[in-house]
Design a binder for this molecule. Structure first.
Ligand SMILES: Cc1cc2nc3c(=O)[nH]c(=O)nc-3n(C[C@H](O)[C@H](O)[C@H](O)COP(=O)(O)OP(=O)(O)OC[C@H]3O[C@@H](n4cnc5c(N)ncnc54)[C@H](O)[C@@H]3O)c2cc1C
Length: 433
């Protein structure tokens, strides 16, 4: 047995039996306990946990199988990290079609949560670029799944929260690039109305966009933030100039270093650091896509109790009012967040049954774990999201009530019908009736 924890370090580490997967051709272990694959544990809550069950550690499946630099089609075992793929493909003029905010995610994890990135408004989710995948289940022979082969299982596996079996390998279509640097445009916005204006103007001209928002600001400054947009440079080097991770949080402090005071000071500095008018610069892809990867173990700053990320999406028609209500509620509770991210999702449909994005705006906030956050703040935020017709992201979740999940993901019953009977997760046990 071994204690397994997710990125939020909440729920507390859960003991599970573990098996290291190393051989792509080996059958699934014969287990009397429910199984679940653990990618690299970059999910924040319990979607990658299997309390008291059997965890299959997927990172040993780490071989690139094929890569055609002519077409940009890559096939790799599911334990390969996105950062490892980039090391190989960037020099050949290719990039991931979609990447989340960290490169320390496995291919299998990217598929199972159907992750999104800064280009969702252009490219949709990761699953939109998966051509085929290999699936191993306890109840049938290994399957190849694609939009044409076993399409129902393909749809269920993308965003399927690891419940349809072991994803063995994944074939994806990469995106061509001419250089690895990003030309960025930065623009401050003074409130939410301005965010929507800036987003409408810059999203159309940029492949990537994301905003930081000051969730402690009140009164006239409520909803202020910084909009960051970017495109790959059209010429230049395919050698990354940005530096490798250099900082490290060496130990877990007894209490969280993120509190209202430190966050207020940080927010003010961050706001002032950005110029009032449109600013342009060029930066390496790592610092643009993966700023947090420069500090290893940054999740430790939240202390022994860990933290929870609250990530919701509010549909387009109710986004303005819904976001204003969420930010007001967070400010009323005196709860800030170092990381406060706002991003407009586009209209491209996700292929997964349970994919999170919908046309609208997503907000992500980190909170040190406390009873007050879980029992007072989150229920209020959940009520706002539900009333606005939105939903929470299972990859980040450790608190959502089962009824809320089932109402906002009505396809859950189809996934349950296609779940591998030998697989389950702490998340699934929590949200199912
Ligand atoms: C700093 C940071 C930034 C992030 N930014 C974003 C973002 O911008 N957008 C976004 O969408 N997400 C984001 N995330 C979340 C992260 O991308 C997802 O949680 C991702 O799924 C984690 O992948 P993982 O390999 O660590 O998998 P894990 O977290 O270990 O597992 C995730 C799920 O995948 C399943 N799984 C993993 N491997 C396999 C396999 N081989 N077969 C079957 N199932 C498998 C697990 O069972 C589990 O259900 C971020 C996370 C961090 C820490």
């Amino acid at each position: 047995m071994r204690s397994i924890e997710s990125w939020g370090r909440y729920p507390q580490a859960t003991p599970a039996r573990v098996t290291h997967l190393v051989d792509r051709d080996a059958p699934l272990p014969d287990s009397d306990l429910p199984m679940l694959v653990f990618g690299n544990g970059r999910s924040y809550g319990d979607v990658c946990l299997n309390d008291g069950g059997h965890v299959l550690l997927g990172q040993g499946l780490d071989h690139l199988i094929t890569f055609d630099p002519g077409t940009g089609i890559l096939c790799a075992e599911a334990g390969v990290l996105l950062a490892e793929i980039l090391e190989v493909v960037i020099p050949q003029g290719w990039f991931l079609p979609v990447t989340p905010g960290t490169g320390h995610v496995t291919l299998g994890g990217a598929v199972a949560n159907d992750v999104h990135g800064k280009n969702h408004h252009r490219a949709g989710t990761f699953g939109c670029h998966v051509l085929r995948l290999g699936l191993m289940r306890s109840d049938r022979e290994p399957l190849v799944c694609s939009p044409l082969e076993n399409p129902e299982m393909f749809q269920a596996t993308i965003g399927g929260l690891g419940l349809t079996g072991l994803i063995h390998w994944v074939e994806i279509q990469l995106a061509p690039i001419h250089a690895s640097d990003i030309e960025t445009t930065t623009q401050r916005f003074r409130n939410l109305d301005e965010f929507f204006e800036v987003s409408a103007a810059l999203d159309t001209r940029h492949e990537f966009s994301v905003s930081w928002i000051d969730c402690l600001a009140r009164g006239e400054s409520a909803g202020r933030g910084v909009f960051m947009a970017g495109n790959f440079a059209t010429s230049g080097s395919l050698n990354d100039r940005s530096r490798s991770p250099s900082l490290h949080v060496p130990f877990i402090p007894p209490i969280s270093l993120a509190n209202t005071l430190t966050i207020r000071v940080w927010n003010e500095i961050y706001w002032r650091r950005h110029p009032t008018s449109l600013a342009h610069s060029t930066q390496g892809y790592r610092s643009f896509f993966y700023p947090l990867d420069a500090i290893s173990n940054w999740n430790r700053i939240y202390g022994r109790r860990g933290f929870q990320q609250y990530q919701c999406v509010i549909p387009e028609e109710s986004a303005g009012a819904g976001l204003a209500a969420l930010l007001q509620t967070v400010a009323d509770h005196g709860r800030g967040s170092f990381l406060a991210v706002l991003k407009r999702f586009g209209h491209q449909a996700s292929p997964g049954l349970l994919s999170f994005p919908m046309p609208g705006v997503t907000l992500a906030l980190d909170f040190p774990q406390s009873t007050d956050v879980e029992q007072a703040l989150f229920p209020e935020l959940d009520a706002i999201v539900q009333d606005a017709g939105g939903r929470l992201y299972p990859a980040k979740d450790a608190h959502m009530a089962g009824r809320f999940f089932r109402r906002s993901y009505p396809a859950w019953e189809r996934l349950e019908a296609l779940r591998d009977p030998a697989f389950c997760s702490s998340f699934w046990k929590r949200v199912l009736p």
